[in-house]
Design a protein around this ligand. Structure first.
Ligand SMILES: [Zn+2]
Length: 427
């Protein structure tokens, strides 16, 4: 059926009725729900047939602009871990290497071209996870300007922080460039960082099936960086895989563990107690397994990948049962993880790992909004929050894979129809 509401403006608020409304909280779905919004914000949400008060409607309006009992309405999705300067759809190693040799202006042009398609896919906010070319910072600035082009909200840490000579050079700047950890954090914030990204560990050695390098930062160092960030009003997110490094970032008090491969059960309990969020990023590892032929992985590596993904899935189920704050992030830009489509894939992987669809949607909407406290109010459907949501006749409570089905995206009152998904080219 036609799920195209009229465009909403300040003078022309829009009233919808839908069969199911997911408000982005961890609470149950609202049924037979009414919503009124304009281009700035949501004005009213009523469940169980509760209709809006006439004074917030257009003069004389007595019925919804769209009455869709079979439709589900849910917040636009947030990708809480993506690298907008990178192109994830590209698999060829030589082409990926050549891509990395571009100028900052070229990176920026590619990234800008991804923004409108992301909104059309239903991804209305991106927490960038770092680049050393200023792409994320430029997009963050653009997204806060009046009259911005069609683009998701973007927040960026600028360059991540790492130790020279260790993992992360393609997206990070070295702590050695500054006399103290605090000076390094101050420089990031002076450049515009909305959050501080740390790289305290290396990555998984697929051939060994483990993280084989020692963490690159000590607990004291991570704690100093985090404390400096906190004193300047910024949260800290930390790339961490391998139980030794994960232990360090939790003990140092970072706001979120990114990736978290090889997390232990005790560490999950600690994360729950300390309100440390977890962004588990299944998609980049799953992509390695999905493209083994192209990547040349032998049977032993494939076995390692399968085992690591299975362990990660069982940790996710435990984390959910414990009450750890879980937030969805795709690591888009990684090999085989296109922007936008990669987040839809990540949500499917979270569901496959055992999270109920409603919990999966919470990870990409209200969970991050509550824990990460972005500069704009998105990720919830409630009065005062931005008018950014998805309308679909394919229930995402049956499976989040239905988020790939045709859907309508409303972004600050403007309406976009997303039919069949295009391929990953350029994403
Ligand atoms: Zn990343």
């Amino acid at each position: 059926m036609n799920l195209l509401p009229p465009a909403a403006t300040r003078a022309h608020p829009v009233w919808l009725r839908v069969g199911t409304l997911l408000d982005g909280s961890a609470g149950p779905p609202l049924r037979n729900a009414h919503i009124v919004y304009d281009c700035d914000e949501i004005k009213f949400v009523g469940a169980d047939g509760r209709t809006p008060p006439p004074e917030i409607l257009r003069p004389g309006q007595t019925a919804p602009d769209l009455d869709a009992p079979e439709a589900t309405l849910l917040p636009g999705l947030t990708d809480a871990h993506a690298h907008l300067f990178l192109e994830g759809g590209e698999m060829d190693p030589a082409k990926r290497a050549a891509y990395l040799r571009q100028t900052p202006a070229e990176f920026l042009a590619h990234a800008r071209a991804r923004l409108a398609p992301l909104v059309r896919l239903g991804i209305t906010a991106v927490r960038d996870a770092g680049d050393r070319h200023g792409v994320g910072l430029t997009l963050q600035k653009l997204s806060s300007e009046p009259g911005r082009p069609l683009m998701p909200f973007v927040e960026s840490p600028g360059a991540a922080i790492f130790h020279r000579g260790r993992y992360g050079a393609f997206m990070a700047g070295a702590i050695e460039d500054y006399p103290t950890p605090r000076a390094c954090v101050e420089a990031r914030i002076a450049a515009g960082a909305g959050r501080i990204k740390l790289i305290p560990t290396g990555i998984i050695n697929f051939k060994a099936g483990a993280v084989t390098s020692e963490p690159q930062m000590t607990v004291e160092e991570i704690a100093q960086l985090g404390a400096a960030a906190k004193s300047l009003g910024r949260q800290t997110f930390a790339h961490a895989s391998g139980d030794t490094g994960i232990e360090r970032v939790i003990m140092a008090g970072v706001d979120s563990v990114e990736h978290g491969y090889f997390v232990t059960d005790d560490q999950l309990a600690l994360m729950r107690d300390r309100q440390t969020a977890w962004v588990p990023t299944f998609a980049p590892l799953q992509a390695q397994l999905d493209h083994t032929a192209a990547l040349g992985w032998d049977a032993a590596v494939q076995d390692n990948l399968r085992r690591i993904l299975d362990d990660h899935a069982s940790s996710l189920a435990k984390a959910h049962a414990l009450g750890v704050i879980i937030v969805a992030g795709s690591d888009a830009g990684s090999c085989g993880v296109p922007h936008g489509l990669g987040l839809l894939r990540e949500l499917e992987l979270l569901e496959r790992a055992g999270l109920p669809p409603l919990a999966v949607i919470h990870t990409a909407t209200g969970a991050g909004a509550a824990r990460f406290v972005y500069q704009e109010k998105f990720g919830r459907i409630a009065p005062g929050w931005r008018s950014r949501f998805i309308l679909t006749c394919h229930s995402s409570l049956d499976t989040v894979a239905n988020l790939r089905q045709p859907r309508t995206v409303v972004f600050d009152g403007d309406v976009f129809s997303a039919g069949e998904n295009a391929g990953p080219a350029g994403l």
